[in-house]
Each structure stands twice: as structure tokens, then as C-alpha cells.
Write a protein that binds this ligand. Structure first.
Ligand SMILES: [Zn+2]
Length: 273
């Protein structure tokens, strides 16, 4: 369990950990730069070459009597190692009653972002929360996604609560001070979220520090549409750097807060602190 408090303008913010994921060797997950360049970037960052260990940083916002959670981790299932599924403990440690959360906002429908919507026994983990995600993402998982474990999970975790779901369009200002930004490619309806005061929650558009920044043109095996994901990643990173937005990175080293700057034709993530 782990939590980190800060503020976004007048909003009280907390990063809550769902625990890290264990993934295969990074050089097998990105195509384009080649294994030597990838391993050199990892070594320079002091990261292992033979596996990837990335955080799951969930954001909680409290403002105007509302409590809003962005993404909710893997829940009770353990497809990426034994250390995930800690969000309930992190909420408890931070003194947050899940029943108090009135909005659940999803960046996209992958397991590590929404399989904490239900408890292990199939009841809603956040019994009073409406669920917000892109209408395009909802349509993808409802109609177009391959019939595999991811889609089956989305059905059980999110579509089971269909009456609570609100589909968002690009640019929707659906909560005070919060705006949806459609950033497709990783999944067809991936949403980043912008907060008043110059903040951006980036989801999985650039999921890995340093590889997604050093090699924005690299194709990731986790992207549904790899070419579109590259275009979107470059567009998002350019905006983060040029507008000097504060970044909240879901899979970035704990607690995932920092800024982006340009380095030649690529980028660099500068963690706070
Ligand atoms: Zn992810």
C-alpha cells in the first residue's frame, strides 16, 4: 500500500498505488530502435534489461464535495505478477472509503486500468460511482475488440455496470476543471485528461520512462494501432513539452509526477523532486 498527497490548483490530489506489474524484457516490447539502443537507454536510467517492472499510479481528486478516481488497477486478478491489486489497501491507508467515490474515470479498457472496478466476488468495488470513459472506447470493447481475456474482463468489470456508464467525446468538460482529450492508438478510444492549472494525466500514450520518451516513434506491442499510437504519442509529448504541462504518469516511477522536455527530435521525462 502506498499513497502520495499533493494538490492540483484547489483540488486535493492523492496518488494511490495498485502495486507494480512485471513484464518481459523491454527490448521485446518495442520495435524500431533495435535492442542495443533500447538496452543502452535502460542502462543509462539504471533499469534492468531482462524484465520490466512498472508502477500503477491511480489518481484520486477531491473537490467541491466530489471524490473522483482515475483508473483502478488490476483488481483481484494477477496476470502480471504477484505485486498488483493493492489499491484497496492504499485507499484504506489514505483514509478513503470506496463508497465515497462518486466518479470513476477510465483512460482505457486494458486490464491494468479497469479490472479493479469489481471486487473478487463480483460486486462493485465503488458502489456509488458513475463510470466515465470515451464513447469510442466503450464502442470498441462492446463491438470490435477481439474475443479474448481482455474483452471478457472488460465485460465482467465494466459492461456489467452499463447503466452507470457515461460515454465521453473529445474535449468534454465533464467535471469542473477536468477535460477529456481523445488520444487514440494505444486503444481506439484512449483518453488523456487535462486539469485546470496546466496538468495532464497521460494514461498509456507514453507509458514507459525512459523508452516512450527517448523513442517516441518506436512501435509498442501493447498498442492496438501502432502507427496511430506513434502519431498520437508525438503529438501528446510535443504539447506536454511546449505548454510545460505537469504530468501524471500511470506507469512511471512512483509517484509518477513530472514534466517533459524536448531532447533533439525526442523527449525526456523529468520526475519531480
Ligand atoms: Zn497500462
Amino acid at each position: 500500500m502506498r499513497f502520495h498527497r499533493f494538490s492540483i490548483g484547489a483540488m486535493a490530489a492523492t496518488i494511490l498505488s495498485d502495486g507494480p506489474l512485471l513484464l518481459p524484457a523491454p527490448a521485446t516490447l518495442f520495435e524500431g530502435p533495435g535492442p542495443a539502443a533500447i538496452d543502452a537507454a535502460l542502462a543509462a536510467a539504471g533499469q534492468p534489461l531482462d524484465h520490466m517492472r512498472i508502477e500503477q499510479n491511480c489518481l484520486l481528486l477531491a473537490f467541491g464535495g466530489r471524490t473522483v478516481l482515475f483508473d483502478n488497477g488490476l483488481g483481484a486478478e494477477k496476470p502480471y505478477g504477484p505485486e498488483s491489486g493493492r489499491l484497496p489497501d492504499s485507499l484504506r491507508a489514505a483514509g478513503v472509503d470506496p463508497a465515497r467515490i462518486d466518479a470513476l474515470v477510465l483512460t482505457h479498457g486494458h486490464s491494468d486500468h479497469c479490472w479493479g472496478t469489481m471486487t473478487a466476488d463480483g460486486t462493485p468495488a465503488f458502489p456509488n460511482a458513475a463510470i466515465y470513459l470515451a464513447q469510442a472506447e466503450l464502442d470498441y470493447w462492446t463491438f470490435d475488440a477481439p474475443d479474448d481475456a481482455d474483452r471478457d474482463g472488460f465485460r465482467r468489470q465494466v459492461l456489467a455496470l452499463r447503466e452507470r456508464i457515461v460515454g465521453l467525446e473529445d474535449g468534454a468538460a465533464f467535471l469542473p476543471g477536468v477535460q477529456a482529450w481523445l488520444t487514440p492508438g494505444h486503444t481506439p478510444g484512449h483518453m488523456a485528461y487535462l486539469f485546470d492549472g496546466g496538468w495532464c494525466l497521460t494514461g498509456d500514450v507514453a507509458f514507459h520512462d525512459p523508452l516512450s520518451y527517448a523513442f517516441p516513434e518506436a512501435r509498442s506491442v501493447y498498442d492496438t494501432d501502432q502507427a496511430l499510437a506513434v502519431t498520437t504519442r508525438k503529438r501528446l509529448l510535443a504539447r506536454l513539452a511546449d505548454e510545460r504541462l505537469a504530468v501524471i504518469g500511470y506507469h512511471h516511477p512512483w509517484p509518477g509526477l513530472g514534466r517533459v522536455e524536448r531532447v533533439g527530435g525526442a523527449f525526456r521525462f523529468l520526475a519531480d523532486g
